[in-house]
Design a protein around this ligand. Structure first.
Ligand SMILES: Nc1ncnc2c1ncn2[C@@H]1O[C@H](COP(=O)(O)OP(=O)(O)O)[C@@H](O)[C@H]1O
Ligand SMILES: [Mg+2]
Length: 367
């Protein structure tokens, strides 16, 4: 699945850019404000149909243009695919895969499994459960093919139940069909998530001990309700509380990964520096598990590496990325910082791009 070609028109300050990336390592350097993060944003957009910097599309479109256009070619099991994408503000979204229109971002995601490590990633530990749930669900989505539909079915039933609860309509005959749907889907979701988590955990133990050896660390999957109960039991038991609240308290929408050190939540027990290293380990572990389970590499976008990690840890991250065999796009202000971090053998395969005022030049000086 490596990207073999990338064409960007009018995404932020990138007016017209064409790139032929290396299938392993891509160094991107340039001054602040030159367009490095925007380049990663373009790749992320191709893989998810959204940005990691803005919920809205409008800010991404170049100030002097009406729409942004992205085009990419990628290899998947020796077959070349193309993705074309056009966005004109909030309306006017067109996405094509191999020339055929697609209407769901999940089609993009399955073709371009993308992971990002940037300043925002470090909220994974401190942030709300949603952050850690999305982190795990990325893997579950790619590995369990019924996950997406199952989650959609569950969310729809949850919405209907919540809406009935809000309107005080708690008669059995109205709630029951939605609850039955929720029960069946919640158990399936929990099972799929647990299976993926168990595989992930094997890698977590190994990678965490390399990045940040921590005494007494425990990492557990929380399915969103009491592990001793079926979801049906939990729903029945909490009906009165849910009716008072006007929404469903427990469920698959509350799933989380609980990280503790000697029994204390990681966000309280770890320094900011240790949290960063733990996040690196989490991000590496999930890509590694993905590759092992699917036999395919994924794409890593690493934004401003030297700003986030010291020299030794940059090297550690680079080593793991090389080991996984991912296609990597990594940015920094200084070219030398990138060259210092990566092992010699890897650099021979690398491509070097210099970003200057929204223009991208392939420099080929990787040694
Ligand atoms: N919609 C837009 N149109 C034109 N330029 C933009 C738009 N949005 C942001 N920019 C500019 O794009 C430049 C590149 O930003 P960015 O990719 O974050 O740079 P870098 O990561 O290299 O520091 C910035 O100078 C920013 O002001
Ligand atoms: Mg940047």
């Amino acid at each position: 699945m490596p990207l073999t070609r990338l064409k960007i028109s009018n995404l932020r300050n990138l007016g017209a850019v064409t790139l032929h990336p290396s299938s392993s390592l891509n160094f991107i350097f340039g001054a602040n404000g030159s367009g490095k993060t925007s380049l990663l944003e373009a790749i992320f957009f191709l893989g998810t149909g959204r940005s990691f910097r803005s919920h809205k599309v409008k800010p991404l479109i170049n100030h002097n243009a009406d729409s942004l256009i992205l085009f990419a070619k990628l290899l998947s099991q020796d077959f070349e695919h193309s993705i074309g994408l056009e966005r004109q503000g909030s309306s006017g979204a067109k996405t094509k895969i191999d020339g055929k229109a697609v209407y769901s971002a999940s089609s993009l995601a399955s073709l371009l499994p993308t992971l990002i490590i940037d300043a925002h990633s470090f909220d994974l530990i401190e942030g709300a459960p949603k952050e850690r749930r999305s982190y795990l669900d990325w893997l579950v989505f790619h590995v369990k093919h019924s996950f997406h539909d199952c989650w959609k079915g569950y969310s729809k039933a949850l919405k209907h139940r919540n809406s009935l609860l809000r309107r005080g309509r708690i008669e059995g005959f109205e709630l029951r069909p939605w609850e039955q749907e929720m029960c069946s889907k919640a158990e399936q979701l929990a099972l799929m998530r647990q299976e993926c988590f168990d595989k992930l955990k094997l890698n977590l133990n190994e990678v965490i001990s390399d990045f940040v050896p921590l005494e007494g660390i425990s990492i557990d999957f929380y399915k969103g309700w009491d592990k001793e109960k079926t979801f049906q039991e939990q729903l029945e038991e909490g009906k009165e509380r849910d009716a008072k609240l006007g929404y469903t308290w427990y469920g698959a929408q509350k799933a989380d990964i609980k990280i503790k050190i000697e029994g204390h939540p990681a966000e309280q027990a770890l320094s900011r520096g240790q949290q960063k290293l733990l996040v690196c380990a989490l991000k590496i572990s999930i890509g590694k598990t993905y590759s092992e389970l699917t036999g395919k590499p994924c794409i890593y976008l690493v934004d401003d590496l030297p700003a986030e990690l010291d020299g030794d840890n940059q090297k550690r991250l680079a080593n793991w990325l090389s080991l996984i065999g991912a296609q990597v796009f990594v940015t920094a202000v200084e070219k030398q910082a990138l060259l210092n971090a990566w092992p010699e053998a890897e650099k021979e395969q690398a491509a070097m791009f210099h970003v200057k005022h929204g223009l991208v030049e392939h420099t080929n000086q990787t040694l």
